[in-house]
Design a protein around this ligand. Structure first.
Ligand code: MN
Length: 227
């Protein structure tokens, strides 16, 4: 690595340490590791909502592709021993290429956990109460989440986040993450075309509805809210 690159890395790390983007409240403990990503279930576990074919490409090629490029890019730098959140924080606003790889690695790990076989249904009581307080009703949350995910222009992510005591729905473009706005992610849906095109072609709304009805991992969201 060139000395100028090394200086840039050190400079960005120092800047990040001086103004941390993440607090304990916005740092989900399960996702700070830079370990090799793993699917939390078999490739066919979410079929037919998400086929094994889609899962194979999405996890094996897209997610692992981001992870491999990320580890190659930081090899031999001080970032190698940092956790993923610290790399996202250091790269944000300083190195768009590095930010994209780190955030896409994080976002995909979070997305797999946001779903589970036989998901959907009713959230745990505390989360249900929080959703009702912020959105009026569970159905109103689902409608807003679905609408936000379906109508997001271009590639990106739909999120349920905690902003202090209130829950919000928002979308981010490309590799964007609510972490950089100091928000705590609870759930996400990948709305890049690679997430649904093999199974749903252009019908993104059908993909989103199927996840919300059949695969949403409410327990994961509840853990993130409480954690
Ligand atoms: Mn994706």
């Amino acid at each position: 690595m060139l000395n100028t690159d090394r200086r840039t890395v050190l400079k960005t790390l120092a800047a990040a340490a001086a103004t941390p983007l993440f607090t304990a409240a916005t740092r989900p403990a399960a996702f700070v590791s830079l370990a090799e990503p793993k699917l939390p279930y078999a490739e066919n576990a979410l079929d037919p909502v998400i086929s094994a074919n889609t899962m194979g490409f999405h996890f094996g090629k897209h997610h692992m592709g981001y992870f491999k490029k990320l580890t190659a890019k930081i090899q031999g730098t001080a970032m190698e021993s940092q956790d993923l959140n610290a790399i996202i924080s250091a790269a944000h606003g300083n190195d768009q290429g590095l930010f994209n790889l780190a955030a896409q690695t994080w976002n995909h790990s979070f997305y797999w956990q946001s779903m589970k076989p036989n998901g959907g249904g009713m959230p745990p009581a505390a989360l249900k109460a929080a959703l009702e307080k912020s959105f009026g009703s569970l159905d109103a949350f689902k409608e807003q989440f679905s609408k936000t995910a379906s109508s997001h222009f271009g590639s990106g992510w739909a999120w349920l986040v905690a902003d202090g005591d209130s829950l919000k729905v928002l979308s981010t473009s490309d590799a964007g993450t609510p972490l950089t706005d100091g928000l705590k992610p609870l759930l996400t849906i990948d709305v890049w075309e690679h997430a649904y095109y093999l199974d749903y072609q252009n019908r993104r709304a059908d993909y989103v509805a199927a996840i919300i009805d059949k695969c949403l991992n409410w327990e994961f969201a509840a853990q993130n809210l409480a954690g």
